[in-house]
Design a protein around this ligand. Sequence first.
Ligand SMILES: [Zn+2]
Ligand SMILES: [Zn+2]
Length: 156
Amino acid sequence: MRAANPTVKGIPMTDATHIKGQCLCGAVTVEATLTGTGLTACHCDMCRRHTSSFFVGLSPVQSSLKIDGPAKSFRSSDWAERGFCSTCGSTLWYGTVHDGARYLAAGLFDDAAGGTVAVEYFVDKCPQGYGISGDHKRLTEAETIAFFTGGGEAGT
Ligand SMILES: [Zn+2]
Ligand SMILES: [Zn+2]
């Protein structure tokens, strides 16, 4: 079964799933259909500061994305924005400015929407005190940048 699944840049895809989640205080609710590419984890400096660890994101079908409540966005760089709940401060998404795409924080969903980490970005920036276990792609800063400048569909 697994071998027959299509892949996106070598990351296995599973069946699409519709998921619902919320921030810590419950004021912001999110709904989306997953693309099935699994979870991404990013250790870059911005993700570390925004989340206090690493940003674990999932990739929704962008047209299916529904965000209700007092969500706000912070422009973190020329190319990226970060969503958060203006009431409780929960991290909501990582977004790319050029296409308006938003990658939801997996922690908004029970059991991280059942996802498994498929790829880890900026792995050489991961603090030495913790790490992510499992057998998945691990890209250094240089490899992460090459991955996205080579025509990737997500961003970090
Ligand atoms: Zn909230
Ligand atoms: Zn990052």
